[in-house]
Write a protein that binds this ligand. Structure first.
Ligand code: NAD
Length: 321
């Protein structure tokens, strides 16, 4: 098997390659050629850690495996990343382990790629103002991926902890765009595309804040109990997701479904839009909402690209297991 260390990942896959990989696997999921296995996520009763597995099989791309890891809140004090991820790939023809891949940077890249896919397929073409709700680790990756999809002229942002906003300002500078910290009212009033990427547990962006024509990529809610936006927004939006079962269970849609505002049948897999079997945005006034819950197949797709690149560059370490 091949080992691809975390330290090599940045030099192996670009955001554009991650976009291609994630778009392709979303497409395969909608053709029923790729599927995710049930997610395992456990509070292990040690170090306050949440630990689990996301896994699946992409028959179209011949990628089988799992991402293992979770959240260790005490890691920061040890100089380590709180979120820890490792991907293991297996040969789908024999079941033999094929690769062990550092998954921390890949997680950020594949999550940003998912919202970028939603922007490419659902946002208005004349979108000029990008809004961010959230200013944590993932937010910079989200901003970088989003600006590749539309000719944005300005980035605006709001965060629950305002002291974290400099991260958004610095990332906008890096991208050559002006940045403005705004209120939630102004976020909704000005932004054509809003990416939410926080660990909020109550609605921050309210129904009254969101105007017709907006595209929302809700990326922060990946667990039961988290919530970033008012469930009422779902009632007037066209709703898309990576995977309907996850969206209903652990995604932002969990609250709208529980409140009876929408049902699972109202949520469209974005792969169907990519494949052209279901229309995406149908009018300039549609509110389109992508509930990006994060599926294992995204991780496997980008990890497989990283392994191929590492082998081509000669930086994959071969181990006889
Ligand atoms: P982080 O810890 O670096 O940042 C946390 C963010 O949430 C900050 O913006 C912080 O101000 C905000 N926040 C914290 N507590 C809050 C509260 N009570 N109310 C409102 N906002 C609050 O986290 P990160 O790595 O940037 O991840 C952000 C979110 O994205 C997390 O919920 C994480 O689980 C989720 N995530 C989702 C996916 C996916 O595929 N959908 C992938 C990775 C991370």
């Amino acid at each position: 098997m091949f080992v691809v260390p975390e330290s090599e990942i940045a030099g192996l896959v670009s955001p554009a390659q991650c976009f291609e990989a994630v778009e392709a696997v979303f497409s395969a999921m909608a053709r029923d050629e790729a599927y995710n296995f049930p997610v395992i996520r456990e509070a292990i009763g040690h170090a306050d850690a949440l630990y689990g597995f996301k896994s699946g099989f992409d028959r179209a791309g011949k990628v089988l495996g799992l991402k293992s890891g979770g959240y260790w809140p005490g890691n920061v004090e040890k100089g380590l990343t709180n979120h820890q991820s490792t991907v293991v790939l297996f040969d789908p023809d024999t079941g033999r382990p094929a690769a062990l891949v550092g998954g921390n940077l890949l997680t950020a890249l594949r999550t940003a790629a998912a919202s970028a896919v939603s922007i490419r397929h659902l946002a208005r073409c004349d979108s000029r103002v990008l809004g961010l709700l959230g200013a944590g680790h993932q937010s910079a990756f989200q901003m970088r991926a989003a600006v590749a999809e539309r000719p944005f002229e300005k980035v605006i942002g709001w965060n629950y902890h305002p002291e974290m906003l400099p991260r958004l300002a610095e990332t906008a500078v890096e991208l050559g765009l002006p940045f403005e910290a705004v209120s939630l009212e102004d976020l909704g009033a000005q932004a054509d595309v809003i990416v939410t990427i926080s660990s909020s547990v109550a609605a921050q962006l309210l129904d009254a804040h969101v105007r017709p024509g907006t595209h929302l990529a809700c990326m922060g809610t990946d667990t039961r109990g988290k919530q970033e936006i008012d469930a009422a927004i779902f009632a007037r939006a066209r709703v898309f997701t990576d995977e309907v079962a996850q969206s209903v269970e652990i995604g932002e849609a969990q609250h709208a479904v529980a409140a009876g505002l929408i049902g699972a049948g109202d949520i469209v897999q974005i792969g169907a839009v990519i494949n052209g079997t279901v229309p995406g945005r149908q009018s300039e006034d549609d509110i389109t909402l992508f509930d990006g819950t994060g599926v294992g197949l995204q991780d496997l797709a980008v990890a497989a690209r990283a392994v191929a690149a590492a082998r081509a560059k000669g930086v994959a370490v071969e181990v006889d297991l």
